[in-house]
Design a protein around this ligand. Structure first.
Ligand code: NAD
Ligand code: ZN
Length: 355
């Protein structure tokens, strides 16, 4: 599989860990630091370390607790503190070995430490491989707001190693798979059909499918690195999806859903809106809903939560002037941005999902 050229860095797919060692050696770094969480420290670090035996005295490992709860200023301060204690200078390298939490927070810590040190992304979840690791968004959550503090800083390189997915729980695989389906829906009908046919049985998608997804995301971010317009096409499923995700996190019923599960619900609702407002045919709407309903568990969203969900959509940071803006599909494989949707339309789309 070809290396993908992103904004100003490569995304490697073959011999990735050897390529990473090459980058460390050629970069002449004074020291390097591997950031992990407790799960990637257990499942992914040993494989990486087996490539680094000749560099044992050149690096330290920094481990944080797993999960979104760690993506905050306290853990970030902990990383800065460790970098200081380990004597990291401006010529240090940070290796972010983990999912989107590690990639976002490690990228942010690196991009601000001593006004910025080099970092690379070694994404270990499907979601971070096909979505979070390309595009240069780094950040942390703050004051109960997701990704509210951060920078646009590009990594030196991204290394997509399929082996890491072997230990990833199936629910996390499905979470990332929702973004792959989204990539097909917004940009590539042939790819959507491939995903429908090959799918995932009990394991990860084929590396070639992951490669295609990264290529689609990369093409979008290369054309709009600072999210001025075109990049909004990646928001398909996310206006309703983010509201549902936040609602499930706030709702103390213990049924928290993954990002991908929320986006799958969002894609069904926004496919319905696409049919009403953007030209998606009834047949394609029904095809999308069937594929997603077969893959993802039904989440209970009754009328009583629609007002709250709508107010969450209105406060989405991607909206302007209090209108709810959606990216919709004109057909499978083609989308358009900036469709203003009314409360009534959004509630009807939730009703479509619920029935
Ligand atoms: P995550 O990093 O929390 O990983 C999910 C879980 O899987 C964690 O418990 C983690 O420890 C575990 N894990 C990771 N790799 C593993 C492996 N190989 N084997 C076993 N367990 C493993 O979450 P995520 O879903 O990868 O990422 C979500 C985060 O990504 C969110 O914070 C989101 O805001 C961010 N994100 C960023 C971008 C971006 O453009 N920067 C895009 C999408 C999402
Ligand atoms: Zn997403």
């Amino acid at each position: 599989m070809d290396t993908i050229k992103s904004i100003d860095y490569p995304v490697f797919f073959n011999d990735t860990l050897t390529q990473l060692v090459n980058l460390i050696e050629k970069g002449n770094y004074s020291r390097f630091f591997i950031l992990t969480d407790e799960h990637t420290g257990e499942h992914c670090l040993p494989l990486l370390q087996s490539h680094l035996e000749h560099l044992n005295d050149k690096y330290d490992v920094i481990e944080v607790s797993a999960g979104e709860e760690s993506k905050n200023i306290d853990f970030c301060s902990g990383i800065w503190k460790m970098l200081i204690d380990f004597g990291a200078d401006r010529h240090s390298l940070m290796i972010n070995l983990g999912g989107g939490v590690i990639g976002d927070m490690g990228g942010f810590a690196a991009s601000t430490y001593k006004r910025g040190i080099d970092f690379v992304q070694v994404p270990t979840t499907l979601l971070s491989q096909v979505d979070a690791s390309v595009g240069g968004k780094t950040g942390i959550d703050f004051d109960n707001l997701k990704n509210i503090i951060g920078t646009f800083t590009q990594p030196k390189a991204v290394f997509i190693e399929p082996t890491f997915l072997q230990t990833l729980p199936q629910r996390q695989i499905l979470s990332g798979y929702a973004e792959m389906l989204k990539h097909g829906l917004i940009q590539d009908a042939v790819y959507w059909n491939q995903l429908k046919e090959q799918g995932i049985s009990n394991g990860a998608p084929a590396p070639e499918l992951i490669h295609r997804s990264v290529a689609i995301k990369n093409n979008v971010v290369v054309n709009d690195p600072f999210e001025k317009g075109f990049r909004k096409c990646l928001n398909f499923g996310h206006t309703v999806g983010h509201a549902v995700e936040t609602y499930s996190l706030q709702n103390d019923d213990g049924k928290h859903i993954t990002h991908g599960e929320a986006v799958a619900i969002g894609m069904i609702c926004e496919a319905w809106l696409s049919h009403k407002k953007a030209g998606l045919s009834a047949e394609e709407l029904s095809e999308i809903a069937t594929v997603l309903n077969n893959l993802y568990p039904k989440y209970d969203l009754d009328e009583s939560c629609y007002t709250l969900l709508h107010s969450l959509m209105k406060t989405d940071k991607k909206n302007q002037n209090g209108f709810v803006n959606c990216t919709l599909l004109n057909k499978i494989g083609e989308c358009s941005i900036d469709h203003i949707c009314t409360e009534e339309e959004l509630c009807d789309s939730l009703r479509y999902y619920a029935t």
